[in-house]
Design a protein around this ligand. Structure first.
Ligand SMILES: Nc1ncnc2c1ncn2[C@@H]1O[C@H](COP(=O)(O)OP(=O)(O)OP(=O)(O)O)[C@@H](O)[C@H]1O
Ligand SMILES: [Mg+2]
Length: 253
């Protein structure tokens, strides 16, 4: 092959490989989504058929509605989470550019999670401060997803630490918790949509769809930042880096 074509061919092959990877992910994702929706829909169908099959006492109807309500709430949450991610992918969500005092938001969230954490015997601490330009509610949502995971995986009697640091051009936030480690091979996948590291509850889990970290990542990237996870020696840490200014150039306008 002529030397001048070699670079072009290599670039072309790399592009094809990336496209193939995207298609593979997309098709895996549709199949995961179908599985995720199938279980709650089947539960609803069965419940409804059984209930309609004969007359019941009003209290029995109420019990059925109550249980259907929970399933429907879960489906509705998955749908709105998926919609948020799809809109973010297509740059249809524009983060605001307000001044956000990260320590204040963290304090607010820790207050909100206090009852849930103490019920589980987990302590919440925070330190440091930083202010950035960004979307307060979205950043709250991202942090909230990290905190709810951390509380869920921390053993009773232990402590979760949120650290905030202001650097020259960026702010850093870390959420650190003791607990089960995430295997190295899974660390790169936990930010994928619908991915859960624990194989015993991969699909149809009644409570957790595996969308929390995908949403956190999408929000952080919309702000021009990065998110990464590390997990070793019984400690898991999520670290966000957010530029002081600078939302994603495509959405910042
Ligand atoms: N602090 C943590 N310690 C250990 N494993 C974690 C931690 N945070 C996340 N994980 C792993 O990463 C997976 C993906 O997390 P993610 O928040 O995206 O989904 P989820 O919590 O399972 O579901 P959802 O957030 O939609 O309720 C979790 O299922 C869990 O296996
Ligand atoms: Mg989660």
């Amino acid at each position: 092959m002529p030397a001048e074509l070699r670079a072009l061919v290599r670039a072309f092959n790399q592009m094809l490989a990336r496209l193939e990877d995207s298609f593979r992910r997309l098709s895996e994702f549709s199949s995961d989504l179908a599985h995720e929706l199938r279980t709650p829909i089947q539960n609803l169908l069965m419940q409804t058929q059984v209930t309609l099959s004969r007359e019941h006492e009003p209290a029995e109807y109420r019990a059925t509605f109550q249980s259907n309500l929970e399933e429907l709430e879960r489906l509705s949450r998955i749908a709105s989470d998926m919609l948020f991610l799809a809109r973010a992918d297509n740059r249809l969500v524009a983060p605001k550019r307000e001044s956000v005092e990260l320590h204040k938001e963290v304090e607010r969230l820790l207050g909100f999670y206090e009852a849930y954490a103490s019920e589980r015997g987990v302590r919440l601490t925070h330190s440091g401060a930083a202010t950035i330009a960004g979307d307060r509610l979205m950043l709250q949502r991202a942090l909230s997803n990290l905190l709810s995971n951390a509380i869920r995986f921390t053993p009773a009697g232990r402590e979760i630490a949120v650290g905030i640091a202001q650097r020259a051009g960026s702010a850093e936030i870390s959420v650190t918790n003791p607990g089960p480690e995430i295997a190295p091979a899974q660390l790169s996948r936990i930010f994928d949509r619908l991915y859960r590291a624990d194989p015993s509850r991969r699909e149809g889990d009644s409570e957790h769809a595996g969308l929390g970290l995908a949403i956190a990542k999408s929000i952080v990237e919309m702000h021009g930042g990065t998110i990464r996870a590390e997990s070793s020696a019984g400690v898991t840490r999520f670290q966000l880096t957010l530029p002081l200014r600078g939302l994603h150039p495509d959405v910042a306008g």
